[in-house]
Design a protein around this ligand. Structure first.
Ligand code: ZN
Length: 59
């Protein structure tokens, strides 16, 4: 079974989605969907995505 490297949690994961050229695992995808801007985790995700993609992502 193949694995992909999730850039958000920085670990190898089997299940997830490909968003542009990066891979986001199921767990991180679910977290991102549930995270609101008021949540401290939101800034964490935004920072991670900024490092990966110079264009701001609409989450
Ligand atoms: Zn992940």
């Amino acid at each position: 079974m193949s694995t992909n490297y999730c850039k958000i949690c920085e670990s190898e994961q089997e299940k997830g989605i490909h968003l542009y050229h990066l891979f986001i695992c199921e767990a991180c995808e679910a977290k991102m969907i549930q995270t609101v801007p008021e949540d401290p985790d939101y800034a964490y995700f935004v920072e991670k995505l900024k490092k990966i993609n110079t264009k701001p992502l609409q989450i």
